[in-house]
Write a protein that binds this ligand. Structure first.
Ligand SMILES: Cc1cc2nc3c(=O)[nH]c(=O)nc-3n(C[C@H](O)[C@H](O)[C@H](O)COP(=O)(O)OP(=O)(O)OC[C@H]3O[C@@H](n4cnc5c(N)ncnc54)[C@H](O)[C@@H]3O)c2cc1C
Length: 267
């Protein structure tokens, strides 16, 4: 099902609660690995678009809005603070949940407050309530099977800036992203960086660049990406993820923690 407004999200939340249905609240689906068996229950896609801005740069964005659309708009309109987000796929809601970030910026640095449907009640939560960490939040730490808090909209504080300067920074970030991102379907960075090392470096040092299982392959270009090179199943991808964890642990004694989330039914 697709929700096109905060009201529709609220109605669906009410329905799910009344019927005690399993539910997955989907953003852009760019940070999840859905099982081959699929998901028993309701999947709600979020198409709640739209934004408003006041004279002081307080932007309120609906949770289904694509983050890169929001970032491109901000750059063009001369509002500074989201140049890091140009090129990140997914929705504002997904970025709020996972504290998306790149090039030294992240959601936690922009958020003033977020409106969240908790059960069936919309509530405003401040930055500190979200308990942000590197690519995580209080929302992300809650397994998707029991998550009953849905991000409706996010209020971001931006600053006035020169559109030409912002466009230059955004273009540099985009060029870097293009140079480093492998072509082909993927779920982005598979693992979080460890305290000492980027995950891609460890995977490369473990000799796994280009390693393939079924249709899933560790990218030759960036070892923290797993690409579907043709007919990959979710099981292929997960098996490759587990192999990487095992090899990196054996070689370096470091535990790689997935950034992506497994959803659906896994045996
Ligand atoms: C090529 C590529 C490049 C990427 N580069 C980056 C990068 O540079 N930096 C980065 O941080 N990430 C990156 N990612 C990962 C991903 O794009 C981000 O994590 C993104 O913020 C996920 O948003 P989404 O809408 O797709 O979330 P989804 O994958 O749809 O969902 C992720 C989780 O958030 C939950 N969720 C989504 N919306 C809501 C909501 N409204 N309310 C409650 N829960 C919700 C879902 O239930 C799920 O648990 C990349 C991915 C790809 C494929």
């Amino acid at each position: 099902m697709t929700a096109c407004s905060a009201d529709e999200l609220a109605q669906l939340a009410l329905y799910v609660q009344a019927h005690d249905l399993p539910v997955f609240w989907l953003g852009g689906g760019t940070n999840v690995l859905a099982s081959d068996a699929g998901l028993r229950g309701l999947v709600v896609a979020n198409a709640c678009h739209g934004l408003s801005v006041d004279a002081d740069g307080l932007v309120i964005a609906q949770s289904g809005m694509p983050l890169r659309e929001l970032a491109a708009w901000a750059v063009g309109a001369g509002w500074a603070g989201l140049e890091w987000a140009v090129g990140i796929p997914g929705t504002v809601g997904g970025a709020v949940v996972g504290n998306a970030g790149a090039y030294g910026g992240c959601m936690a640095e922009n958020i003033l407050w977020v409106r969240i449907l908790e059960g069936t009640e919309p509530r405003r939560r401040n930055l500190e309530d979200l308990q942000y960490g590197y690519r995580t939040s209080v929302l992300k730490r809650e397994p998707w099977q029991v998550r009953r808090r849905i991000v409706l909209e996010a209020a971001l504080q931006l600053r006035s800036g020169d559109p030409r300067v912002l466009a230059k920074v955004a273009a540099e970030n985009s060029a870097q992203r293009e140079a480093r991102t492998p072509a082909g379907p993927s779920a982005g960075s598979v693992f979080k960086r460890t305290v000492q090392f980027p995950a891609g470096f460890l995977i490369e040092q473990a000799g796994l660049k280009g390693h393939r299982m079924g249709g899933a392959q560790i990218s030759d270009k960036h070892a923290n990406f797993i690409i579907n090179v043709g007919g990959a199943t979710a099981a292929d991808v997960r098996a490759l993820i587990e192999l990487v964890q095992e090899r990196v642990w054996t070689a370096f004694g470091l535990q790689l923690e997935p950034e992506i989330e497994y959803v659906g039914e896994w045996s």
